[in-house]
Design a protein around this ligand. Structure first.
Ligand code: NAI
Ligand code: NAD
Ligand code: ISE
Length: 336
């Protein structure tokens, strides 16, 4: 069986996902495209999907009976309306992070999905599909390092565009850690705090960079995450878990060790697309398989909501400088 996919948002990651649906993954083809910039769609048709139809309106794409499932890869503030329209149309939807830019927006999606009576949404949190994070989780779950007590994490980008603002360090960047760490620890957040170290001269005037986010989980683990999006040297994701009897670290991406010119070196990646290349393949193939089987697995609308509740608290903590409590309602039985 081959499912027909419609894609809303044909920018950087939209293009990547279309490429993988067309050339890497099984049982899917991209038949419909929409973007506020039609030129982006035309370029995809010319280069990747000659048979795909371009729609001027995203809602028309969602409602077209020939579209079986939808990828939402437009920018964050548009996600909520498109996901709600997919649920209304009874169609499976893979939505890139964040599911919505506020917790209330995510809750609107959770409520619509529960009302529809079946899970239709998968959120594009790809790290739980990354083999490194899965290996790290397997070590934690095995009990080999005892209970996790402290985590030291970093999310570093070489640079960001001028439109990137201080709150986006949370809603666009930290949101990955907010998702993957609760999955890794099988825990939720109890409180958050944000600290601003000395600012790098490489950041724009409207961006505080770097930032340190301190999280406390309901089981009492303490997490520090450094967000540094103008670090210049590379795209670098770090995660170290300190347990009662040992330390486990996220593996580095595979890189040849080089002895040359009196130096011993390995390469650090600079492009986020390459760092999680395999994880994106696995998460999207899982989505396609889910559409075919009719049963959603992986990051749910509830996971999107949980990350957004913590993100809202972090944004509030950026402004207040205070420790902000994170209050999560109980997980509805629908998502168990
Ligand atoms: P981008 O700016 O390159 O692409 C966004 C596209 O959406 C643009 O072509 C824009 O014209 C289009 N668009 C905006 N509003 C629209 C609307 N109302 N209707 C239709 N099209 C619209 O951005 P990028 O980097 O591709 O990011 C898109 C989304 O993917 C964001 O939510 C971002 O957070 C997420 N993302 C996730 C990554 C991951 O690792 N999971 C990596 C990169 C992005
Ligand atoms: P699954 O997708 O149901 O995930 C396991 C559990 O984790 C579920 O209870 C789910 O609710 C929870 N969960 C998943 N994502 C979460 C998130 N983002 N935040 C919070 N909780 C989350 O079942 P699975 O069998 O473990 O497989 C998941 C996918 O990973 C499958 O597509 C599988 O093929 C793939 N996989 C990849 C590797 C690899 O090495 N890359 C290894 C095994 C499985
Ligand atoms: C991008 O939006 C992503 O989601 C990447 O995974 C992330 O690491 C990068 O910092 C963001 O720009």
């Amino acid at each position: 069986m081959t499912i027909n996919i419609g894609v809303i948002g044909t920018g950087a990651i939209g293009r990547e996902h279309i490429r993988r649906c067309s050339t890497v993954l099984q049982n899917a083809r991209v038949v419909a495209l929409n973007d506020i910039n039609r030129e982006n769609c035309q370029q995809i048709v010319n280069e990747l999907t000659p048979e795909a139809r371009i729609y001027d309106n995203a809602i028309d794409l969602i409602n077209d009976p020939q579209v079986n499932a939808v990828l939402v890869t437009s920018w964050g503030p548009t996600h909520e309306a498109f996901v709600l329209a997919c649920i209304e149309a009874g169609k499976a939807v893979f939505c890139e992070k964040p599911l919505a830019v506020t917790a209330q927006g995510c809750m609107n999606i959770v409520e619509a999905e529960i009302k529809a009576g079946r899970q239709l949404v998968q959120v594009g949190f790809m790290r739980p599909y990354d083999s490194g994070y899965r290996a790290l989780k397997a070590v934690i779950d095995s009990g080999e390092i005892g209970e996790p007590l402290m985590l030291h994490c970093a999310h570093r980008n070489p640079e960001v565009g001028d439109s990137y603002t201080t709150d986006m360090a949370i809603t666009d960047t930290l949101i990955h850690e907010l998702d993957v760490l609760r999955w890794l620890l099988d825990d939720d957040y109890a409180s958050v705090q944000v600290i601003f170290p000395r600012k790098t001269r490489k950041a724009s005037s409207h961006l505080r960079d770097p930032q340190i986010v301190l999280l406390e989980t309901t089981k009492g683990a303490r997490i520090d995450v450094e967000i540094f999006v103008n670090c210049e040297y590379g795209y670098d994701i770090q995660c170290e878990v300190v347990g009662e009897s040992g330390i486990a670290r996220l593996p580095e991406p595979v890189s040849v060790q080089l002895r040359s010119a009196a130096k011993l070196s390995t390469t650090i990646l600079t492009d986020w697309k390459k760092r999680f290349m395999d994880a994106y393949d696995v998460e999207l193939q899982a989505f396609i398989n889910n559409v075919i089987s009719g049963e959603m697995t992986g990051p749910s609308a509830w996971d999107g909501y949980a990350a957004a509740v913590a993100a809202d608290a972090c944004v509030a903590a950026q402004t207040s400088g205070e420790i902000v409590p994170v209050t999560m309602p109980a997980r509805p039985a629908f998502y168990r």
